[in-house]
Design a protein around this ligand. Structure first.
Ligand SMILES: *Cc1c(COP(=O)(O)O)cnc(C)c1O
Length: 357
């Protein structure tokens, strides 16, 4: 069996050790005589998996006690609607930062429920840089401020946490959760689809400060109501048990590796290597402005489009997968999430070098 060097943006590569554990436990989870796929979510076996997943996450992210952790379904995309429904309160206006395709989708969905104040937009630089914080037009009465710390498609990442005073800060961390230490207490809510940096598709993480909930006065569909899920410990309906289980294993893997401080160093090293090649190899150029480049999704193009076929054949031939940019933007994108080993990044760099020989 040969596994690809998988640079796919999501679902994305998982740690080999995690897949091996899931494989070893597939027919019989820890002597239970059942696969995790077959268990009642209310049994003691799955309950212990869910509890461990939450404990691992709380430990890794140092989540304060006044924040609730939910493992839901529906992806980050469901949260685009759930956020205004749960957080608007008496206020019908919310602040959004527009840094790319995922921000735009969050804005489009929220605009069904409230008026949107776009505090800053990266449109003027064609979404290649983060708008400088000094110019943000924050509404002091906004119900919350939403931003996308890492734009998975454009390859843009915030290097700062926006200051909002008392307005709850809401962050879509789908593609950079657990990639480095963050101070959870600065956020009202953090959410993420698991399939990029935390586990497989099917689980959606919500970390929410409890005191920002319950103010809406709106009739919220139960499946989108955080308070309903909190009151049922993420078991209002059948959870995506296998996705939570593989997330639990991935979180365990990250803990064993030394946690988010340790992975940050590795992630920085991977990003530096790759960007250095892009900057020094005359055949490539980066898409995002240097200071706003993503550590997770490295977007780049060829300087000479006539080399496209040759380059594409070369990386495919050595077993690289998932390097094409998002269909909406083209070019190339190497997603180098936590589970991507540094030596796989080196393999990619070698093909890029080879092209210039
Ligand atoms: C992938 C992604 C999403 C969408 O996630 P789904 O789980 O497919 O709904 C939203 N936001 C960001 C930043 C993403 O990278």
């Amino acid at each position: 069996m040969t596994r690809k060097y998988n640079f796919s943006a999501g679902p994305a590569t998982l740690p080999k050790e995690v897949l091996e554990t899931a494989q070893a436990e597939m027919l019989d989870w820890q002597g239970s005589g059942m696969s995790v796929l077959e268990m009642s979510h209310r049994g003691k076996e799955y309950t212990s998996i869910a509890t461990t997943a939450e404990a691992n996450l709380r430990d890794l992210m140092s989540i304060p006690d006044n924040y609730k952790v939910l493992f839901l379904q529906g992806g980050a995309s469901s949260q685009f609607a759930a956020i205004p429904l749960n957080l608007l309160g008496g206020n019908d206006s919310a602040d959004y930062v527009n840094t790319g395709i995922w921000s735009k989708k969050a804005i489009a969905e929220a605009s069904r429920y409230c008026s949107i104040n776009v505090v800053a937009t990266a449109e003027t630089t064609d979404f290649t840089s983060i708008p400088p914080y000094e110019g943000w037009d924050i509404n002091p009465d906004a119900a919350y401020l939403h931003y996308t710390p890492n734009e998975t498609i454009g390859g843009l990442e915030f290097s700062f946490v926006p200051e909002t005073n008392d307005i709850p800060l809401v962050a879509d961390m789908s593609s950079n959760i657990l990639s480095r230490p963050i101070d959870v207490s600065k956020y009202g809510m953090i959410y993420a689809g698991a399939q990029k940096n935390m586990g497989p598709a099917g689980a959606t993480l919500v970390v929410v400060k409890e005191d920002i909930l319950g103010k809406t006065g709106k009739d919220i569909p139960s499946m989108l109501d955080y308070q309903v899920h909190i009151s049922k410990d993420s078991m209002f309906n059948t959870p995506s048990v296998f996705a939570v289980y593989v997330s639990m294993l991935t979180l365990q893997w990250l803990k064993d590796l030394g946690g988010v401080g340790a992975i940050e160093k590795i992630n920085n090293a991977k990003a530096e290597l790759l960007y250095n090649e892009i900057d020094t190899n005359p055949l490539f150029k980066g898409v995002a402005e240097k200071e706003d480049r993503s550590h997770m999704n490295v977007t780049f193009t060829l300087t000479n489009e006539s080399l496209k076929n040759k380059f594409d054949e070369a990386w495919k031939a050595i077993g690289v997968n998932g390097l094409n940019g998002h269909r909406s933007v083209g070019g190339y994108r190497a997603s180098i999430y936590n589970a991507m080993p540094l030596k796989s990044v080196q393999v990619l760099i070698d093909v890029m070098r080879e092209l210039n020989n």
